[in-house]
Design a protein around this ligand. Structure first.
Ligand code: SAM
Ligand code: SF4
Length: 336
């Protein structure tokens, strides 16, 4: 491993984690994420796979140790395995510690073995319900059986799986215990996410969907013994361990707790904008800089300049019963 220079922001936080959205497209239309008729970006706007590689490599050269590929649905991007193969060279040199992805699972039967072969050891798979009809309703275009098969393919390939579940009032509340048990039976950890105000999603009302995770935690404690874990990932998740199953349960609560003090991450959109904070509109257009300069030194300088402007935190707030701090961009653009 090389002794890479560090990206340190004005609040003394070392930036070691880059999340990259490789496409804004998806084969699902989850109701909290997209409207049914999405207008996707023209192809020329997207970073090419070669540009994505150059961009990620520049970050890795500056001390980024963990890369999470996301989207939209990263596995629907044409040629994405070529990108994974290429960028995995940084795992071999030790410059990159972890290469991972967040996926809806629909394409994993096809790609799980190849992902394992390039060194992907853990992935996050999003799944909100184990009920076939409810799954069809929430994803609009998804099929539960295909995703369950994808999860099996990942486990068979020796990849550790964490399930991400968006906690939705009146939707998956009734399945809480079942979801926990189902994950435990497959040795999978489970993280619950509070629904966040990202982008216009048509007719859905976010306040109707919002289920505070403090309620969820109280419910869990009725069935299991919760042991608080002090594990910190530099992200918004807090963890408990269930004494009875040994399983790790995470809570991503950007709205009820502030997680910003220890934030170690930045996000690159599929069009090459660098968002220093998920919950703020400030961004830097790195695509322009990359396309105009064959020399990586200019790009590296721009990355340092952007990190020097990372804000202290986000302003999401549901407390006044209106969705304050709402972001105009979709999660699928920035990368969830
Ligand atoms: N398509 C992939 C997937 O679903 O895992 C990766 C991208 S998706 C945007 C990443 C994560 O963001 C998913 O777990 C999804 O449930 C979550 N997500 C999307 N919109 C959200 C919202 N408004 N609030 C909270 N989580 C959201
Ligand atoms: Fe697609 Fe993921 Fe958004 Fe669902 S949450 S629509 S799977 S990008």
């Amino acid at each position: 491993m090389t002794d890479a220079p560090k990206l340190i922001d004005p609040f003394a936080r070392a930036i070691t984690y880059l999340r990259v959205s490789v496409t804004d497209r998806c084969d699902f239309r989850c109701v909290y994420c997209m409207s049914e008729n999405m207008n996707f970006l023209p192809k020329a706007e997207l970073l090419t796979l070669e540009e994505l590689d150059r961009m990620c490599s520049a970050f890795i050269s500056q001390g980024v140790r963990k890369l999470r590929i996301t989207g939209g649905e990263p596995l629907v991007r044409r040629g994405i395995m070529d990108f994974f193969k290429s960028i995995s060279r940084h795992l071999k040199t030790g410059d990159l510690e972890e290469l991972t992805l967040t996926t809806n699972g629909s394409q994993l039967r096809r790609f799980a073995d190849q992902l394992a072969a390039v060194g992907v050891k853990r992935i996050n798979i999003s799944l909100d319900t184990l009920d076939e009809q409810k799954f069809a309703d929430i994803t609009r275009w998804g099929r539960l059986a295909q995703v369950l098969d994808g999860i099996d393919a990942a486990l068979d390939a020796g990849i550790r799986v964490k399930i991400n579940t968006v906690a939705l009032k009146g939707f998956n509340e009734v399945e809480l215990e079942q979801l926990v048990e189902w994950c435990a039976s497959r040795d999978m950890d489970l993280t619950f996410i509070e629904v966040m105000p990202m982008g216009d999603i048509g007719n859905e009302d976010r306040l109707d969907q919002y289920w505070p995770l403090s309620d969820l935690r109280t419910r869990l404690a009725k069935t299991w013994t919760l042991i608080d874990s002090d594990e910190q990932t530099g992200g918004p998740a807090r963890y408990v361990r269930l004494e009875e199953t040994g399983q790790k349960i995470g809570f991503i609560t950007p709205l009820t707790h502030n997680f910003c003090e220890s934030c170690n991450r930045v996000r690159l959109t599929c069009t090459g904008e660098l968002y220093q904070c998920l919950g703020q509109e400030d961004q830097v257009d790195l695509r322009k800089i990359l396309r105009e300069n064959a020399d990586d030194a200019v790009l590296v300088n721009a990355i340092h300049a952007a990190i020097a402007k990372k804000p202290k935190g986000h302003d999401f707030d549901y407390s006044r019963q209106a969705v304050d701090g709402q972001m105009t961009r979709h999660m699928s653009h920035t990368g969830g």
